[in-house]
Design a protein around this ligand. Structure first.
Ligand code: ADP
Length: 269
């Protein structure tokens, strides 16, 4: 995968490892077949990006991923004129490239972006499948294979804030969550390169944190965090040390919360 700032481009290579949890792959295939846009809902670090990577590979489509952020402008998606060697040249943005190439464009956490940015995706999400390049005075029709995929975390963002209801209703919604324990164990063991027993312990801790009553945490322990802890174990760190660095300290800066999470970890490990 090539990475250019907040944009990543995946080309054909080995199949990304993805363990399906429900019927998400079937739904995605059907949406892709109809050229329909997909809305992926789920907490941070639960496998949304990996899922899209796996689907793009299976479908033999290019994948252009854009990480959304508050300061993202429509020019960051569509493109802009840049000065090159004294000349002004138009440079396509990632969305325009995907539209021209018939690739999947994955807008990760797009709702972080402002309304005037998100507005460019509306005509791409409906039957028009068009992208207006105002600066060039043209409108592009999306090449076959183009598919818009956007993700958001319903836990702390309101997609309704930035995406018109009429547009939202055109998306096929797929909900992902942290995988059930036996699948998450396999994922953590595979990704971190650790044994099933250690992966199982990490997943038990992850679930204990997720199930805390009245939790003050903004995010819970994600699959990604458990994998990171596993990677530290694979490098020779003790399980306790790995959990402290990759999970407990990452989840909170509040000394009382850190202490409570540490005690919970001690009880599970
Ligand atoms: P998100 O995009 O939801 O924030 P990611 O796709 O980056 O999360 O997932 C974090 C990591 O968790 C991935 O790099 C991958 O290693 C792992 N992962 C999560 N769920 C799965 C799954 N079902 N199959 C394989 N790997 C998974």
């Amino acid at each position: 995968m090539l990475t250019d700032g907040s944009i990543a481009v995946q080309s054909a290579s080995e199949a990304p490892f993805y363990r399906a949890v429900g019927d998400e792959a079937e739904v995605f295939r059907a949406a892709a077949g109809g050229g329909l846009p997909v809305l992926l809902k789920g907490p941070t670090g639960c496998g949304k990006t990996r899922f899209v990577e796996a689907m793009a590979h299976e479908l033999g489509r290019g994948l252009i991923t854009v990480a959304g952020h508050e300061d993202m402008t429509s020019a960051d998606l569509v493109g802009r004129f840049l000065l090159k060697g004294g000349e002004t040249v138009w440079v396509d943005g990632p969305l325009t490239r995907a539209v021209r190439e018939g690739a999947i464009c994955y807008l990760d956490e797009v709702v972080e972006a402002r309304q005037d940015t998100v507005v460019v995706i509306h005509p791409l999400a409906d039957h028009r499948r068009e992208l207006a390049l105002d600066r060039l005075g043209t409108t592009l029709s999306a090449a076959p294979g183009f598919q818009l995929v956007i993700s958001y975390n319903p836990g702390y963002q309101s997609v309704l804030k930035n995406i018109k209801e009429s547009t939202r209703q055109r998306f096929v919604a797929i909900e992902l969550d942290f995988p059930p324990a036996e699948i998450e164990e396999q994922v953590v063991a595979h990704e971190a390169g650790i044994d099933a027993g250690t992966a199982g312990t990490l997943v038990r801790l992850g679930n204990a944190i997720r199930n805390l009553d009245g939790s003050p945490l903004r995010e819970v322990s994600s699959t990604r965090m458990l994998i990171l802890a596993g990677c530290l174990v694979a490098q020779g760190l003790s399980l306790r040390g790995a959990v402290q660095s990759a999970v407990v300290q990452t989840l909170s800066d509040d000394p009382d919360v850190v202490r409570a999470l540490g005690e919970l970890a001690d009880a599970v490990l």
